[in-house]
Ligand binder design. Structure first.
Ligand code: F6R
Length: 242
């Protein structure tokens, strides 16, 4: 795992954007794996700037997102589909038909998981997967205890994940209890993985990750089993590493 230390969130975001843009320059038909949450917002702002100011184009790019809340439709402002449209897709020249996110309103959750996994395998492998990390070490919504061979599945969110994500909702009660997420094995099939970690709230998770013990109890640790992972960490997130 390559560790890139930077000072600030802004620096992390612009370094991450450089890596994404290099991938697109190498192959303008790349498949990008994307995440939601606070961490990649600055990266997405940089990518939008890239289209407006640096002539970048996403015309033939495909994207797959890691996860979606169950029970929310894509038009719900709290859904990850809505988030991605707002924070990135509607500002760049991507074809929305080439952007993929699990359907949180599917009538059969099991069939939706199978469909999504098959779709990722069909258009994949993902060339570059962007990941944030939960304070409990989750990647996607693979909570502690998720096995390494997991593929796209539905899960019950941990109470700590729901409280942490409550900041995006009016109250904790509104945070969905379940989600669909790509599994650990689905994520590890990506050719290259870029993890972003920023802020004091991630310092403990970064410390545990960099200790290098691989265990189901800390799902991000499975990234040690992949040969091309880079983590960009800002000063605050690195502050507990000794
Ligand atoms: C989101 C996702 C999650 C987040 C993680 C960190 O699609 O897969 O694993 O990356 O919960 O969230 P933030 O960035 O909000 O701290």
């Amino acid at each position: 795992m390559k560790v890139v230390r930077v000072e600030t969130y802004e620096e992390m975001s612009s370094k991450a954007a450089q890596i994404v843009e290099q991938q697109i320059q190498k192959n303008n038909r790349s498949v990008l794996g994307l995440a939601t949450g606070s961490t990649p917002v600055g990266l997405y702002e940089n990518l939008i700037q890239g289209v407006k100011e640096r002539g970048m184009s996403y015309r033939d790019i495909h994207t797959v997102n890691l996860d979606e809340y169950l029970g929310l439709s894509g038009t719900d402002p709290q859904s990850y589909r809505y988030f991605m449209n707002e924070k990135l897709f509607q500002h760049i020249d991507i074809d929305l038909a080439n952007t993929h996110i699990p359907n949180g309103k599917a009538t059969s959750v099991e069939e939706e998981c199978q469909r999504y996994e098959a779709m990722v395998n069909e258009i994949g492998p993902v060339d570059l997967q962007i990941l944030g990390m939960g304070m409990n070490g989750h990647i996607g919504f693979n909570e502690p205890g998720t096995p390494e061979n997991s593929v796209t599945h539905s899960i019950e969110l941990e109470p700590s994940t729901r409280s942490s994500n409550a900041r995006f909702f009016d109250s904790l009660d509104e945070v969905p209890t379940h989600a669909i997420t790509m599994g650990i094995a689905s994520i590890l099939k990506s050719k290259q993985i870029l993890v972003l970690a920023s802020g004091e709230s991630k310092a403990q998770a970064v410390k545990v990750l960099l200790e290098g013990n691989v265990s189901e109890e800390f799902p991000a640790s499975f990234l040690w089993n992949h040969q091309d992972v880079t983590i960009i960490v800002d000063k605050d997130a690195y502050s507990l590493v000794t």
